[in-house]
Design a binder for this molecule. Structure first.
Ligand code: MG
Length: 385
């Protein structure tokens, strides 16, 4: 890794940001992207990430990733990549720390259930919800709702978007209609997310006992680095073998991404962030690494995310979300005062916002309160050391 690089022509300069929706005087001691990062770190939704599921239900064990530790890992990997590409590290960090703020309790199962509940009412999508959190739902500032982040941070948070949602988002939605790219900082945060979860899900999968190390020998990326580790450290086993292998995988992915992205940036000869937005995607793995990464993803999908034990747990989690939604929709007086008022103002969306904001354990407590039933068993891991 090189020393911190100066901002390249293709990086986002906070001094020329497209600005905030509500104009504010500039911060005296920080750049505008640092200020965004700080606003995110201090917001309520950020603290709740600590108690939200990544793959495993939050209370399963103290050593599994949560959405909070995942977001920190994404920021770390993203900053390393960004520094080497001459990008704005603060912007990457802000995007990384905010990218999962809209996640429901119980991970993707929670989102699927909420999406089904909102059928006919605009659906529910966690990425769009992350934007909603920073644009509207946080209530901290006297002059505006949300965190009033810079355009570039909001652009990076919104990774994907349906056409009908994009049309409602004005300037921010435009790129999905015009099929343009976001800044390189946003592209880096997106791939840092993929690198982080593919690798930490292997680690958590092994720790949980749902994956066995022998299964991973079918995965090229894992097997090659495992062989290297065993050659360098004969007799190595257990946690050290897993970690030594995974750290080499992350390094391999990052080094490949840097080489391919530099090649693409040079070939496209982009001279500004706006030229980046008009170019094809410039942050990418080489074709060979893309295939190795896809193989790993397919393995995790079939072997971990769709593991029968995970599936069963997630079925029960979906039922919790569905019953919470139905209970609040049938009788909004069960909601706390301000949320009850929001139901009157904006309908079922207020219930989706309230449920999406819950942590895993709060959702379970509410479920017990509203149904009078004991909490469902939500546990899929064997080992929780
Ligand atoms: Mg993520």
């Amino acid at each position: 890794m090189r020393a911190p690089a100066a901002l390249a022509r293709w990086g986002c300069d906070p001094a020329t940001s497209r600005g905030r929706r509500h104009p504010e005087p500039r911060a005296g001691t920080r750049s505008e992207f640092q200020r965004d990062r700080d606003r995110i770190v201090h917001c309520t939704a950020f603290r709740r990430l600590e108690y939200k599921t990544q793959v495993f239900v939050n209370h399963e064990g103290d050593l599994f990733r949560t959405r909070l530790t995942h977001s920190i890992e994404v920021a770390q990997i993203g900053r390393s990549i960004g520094r080497n590409l001459g990008l704005n590290e603060d912007l990457i960090e802000a995007i990384a720390l905010a990218h999962d703020l809209g996640h429901t309790p119980f991970g993707h199962a929670g989102q699927d259930a909420l999406h089904a509940c909102m059928h006919g009412h605009g659906g529910f999508e966690h990425n769009l919800q992350s934007l909603r959190v920073v644009d509207e739902l946080e209530q901290r500032y006297a002059a505006f709702d949300g965190l009033n982040l810079c355009f570039e941070t909001r652009e990076g948070i919104l990774k994907h978007c349906r056409q009908e949602d994009a049309r409602a988002l004005g300037e921010l939605g435009e790129r999905f209609l015009l099929r343009r790219q976001p800044s390189l900082e946003a592209q880096v945060a997106n791939l840092a997310d993929e690198i982080a979860y593919n690798n930490h899900d292997i680690d958590d999968g092994l720790r949980s006992g749902l994956l066995r190390i022998g299964q991973l020998d079918r995965i090229e990326l894992f097997a090659a680095h495992r062989r290297t580790v065993e050659r360098l450290h004969p007799g190595i086993t257990g946690r050290r073998l897993v970690h030594e292998t995974i750290r080499r995988m992350i390094d391999d992915l990052v080094v490949d991404l840097l080489a391919e992205s530099r090649r693409r940036v040079d070939a496209a000869a982009v001279a500004s962030p706006d030229e980046v937005r008009a170019a094809p995607p410039l942050v990418a793995f080489s074709p060979a690494m893309r295939e190795r990464s896809a193989q790993l993803k397919r393995f995790l999908h079939a072997g971990l995310y769709r593991h029968p034990r995970v599936d069963e747990t997630m079925d029960r989690a979906r039922a919790v979300v569905r019953r919470l939604f139905d209970a609040y929709a049938a009788d909004p007086s069960r909601l706390p005062g301000e949320h009850r008022e929001r139901v009157q103002a904006i309908g079922l969306r207020a219930i989706a916002d309230y449920i999406a904001g819950m942590t895993d354990r709060f959702a379970l407590r509410e479920h017990a309160r509203l149904t009078g039933e004991p909490p469902p068993r939500l546990s899929c891991a064997d080992a929780t050391d």
